[in-house]
Design a protein around this ligand. Structure first.
Ligand SMILES: Nc1ncnc2c1ncn2[C@@H]1O[C@H](COP(=O)(O)OP(=O)(O)OP(=O)(O)O)[C@@H](O)[C@H]1O
Ligand SMILES: [Mg+2]
Length: 260
């Protein structure tokens, strides 16, 4: 049975999408079958994996508003073992479309939970807002990866994300479902900036058992790869960013096996 993991943080620009793309590609290279679900209207994960949102026939938006065949939304990518349910800018209309729908938090859970039978890992790229879309991602997921940029404002916003997870955990427990924090991922650490290391220490104090050992450093390869519609593994396999995401994939695979 596979695992569904939301990559979430309401703080923008902390490395959610970069993590979804590169962790997804790294897991796929390790022979895991991976599905990425792009739930951000910016469609950055879709673009970063070389698909154009303009050519998407059916995507994440259709899952929310229509009774469609899920297979029609699943696209293959140029990576073996890596599929994607793409996003389009239409996702911006979901909130309005679902205004009067009851139990709208559970739409994706009800439709997509079965994907755990087909994939080893389903990774969900969340938007940087709390609302129906993020709620759906958290109800569908077994666990959450919270990327935190090594800078003060991102650290400061972490508490809000944790409170959100507690709130959903409470609601899910009443339904006999769970949501765990898979881990907190430190991102964009700049070797030349000592302050970033202070933030790293503080996060590790707060989450001694939940902070991944792997830390993603600031890297131009990670920034450039999406421009070419490629993961950093395909763009620059031997770069540091590629190595770090491969190490993160190992950590996540080991954690999943330990918890089995
Ligand atoms: N480790 C890194 N080193 C350098 N640049 C990075 C790194 N991680 C992410 N970036 C860059 O920082 C910006 C934000 O990253 P990303 O899009 O992954 O964040 P996000 O949390 O998904 O943002 P949003 O909230 O807008 O969805 C992008 O330009 C990305 O290329
Ligand atoms: Mg993003």
């Amino acid at each position: 049975m596979g695992k569904i993991i939301a990559i979430a943080n309401q703080k923008g620009g902390v490395g959610k999408t970069t993590t979804v793309i590169n962790l997804g590609a790294a897991l796929a290279r390790k022979d895991k079958k991976v599905l990425i679900i792009d739930l951000d209207e910016q469609a950055n994960a879709t673009l970063g994996l070389g698909l154009s949102p303009d050519y998407v026939v059916k995507g994440a938006y259709d899952l929310f508003v229509d009774d469609i065949n899920i297979n029609d939304t699943i696209n293959v990518t140029s990576n073996n073992n890596l599929d994607i349910i793409p996003s389009t800018s239409q996702l911006a209309n979901v909130e309005e479309k679902l205004q009067n729908i009851k139990n709208k938090k559970c739409i994706l859970k009800d439709k997509l939970s079965y994907l755990k039978n087909d994939y080893d890992y389903v990774l969900i790229d969340c938007p940087s807002t709390f609302g129906t879309i993020t709620d759906n991602a958290l109800f569908l997921s077994d666990s959450v990866i919270i990327p935190v940029e090594c800078e003060f404002l991102a650290y400061n916003g972490l508490n809000q994300m944790i409170q959100k997870i507690y709130q959903i955990q409470k609601e899910k427990n009443e339904m006999n479902l769970s949501l765990t924090i898979d881990g907190v991922l430190l991102t964009k650490l700049d070797n030349r900036n000592l302050f970033g290391y202070k933030i790293k220490e503080k996060v590790m104090e707060l989450f001694p058992n939940k902070t991944y050992k792997t830390i993603i450093k600031r890297s131009s390869h990670l920034q450039e790869a999406p421009m070419h519609g490629k993961s950093v593994l395909d763009f620059a396999y031997n770069s540091r960013g590629s190595k770090e995401y491969r190490e993160l994939a190992d950590e996540i695979i080991n954690n999943s096996e330990e918890r089995k």
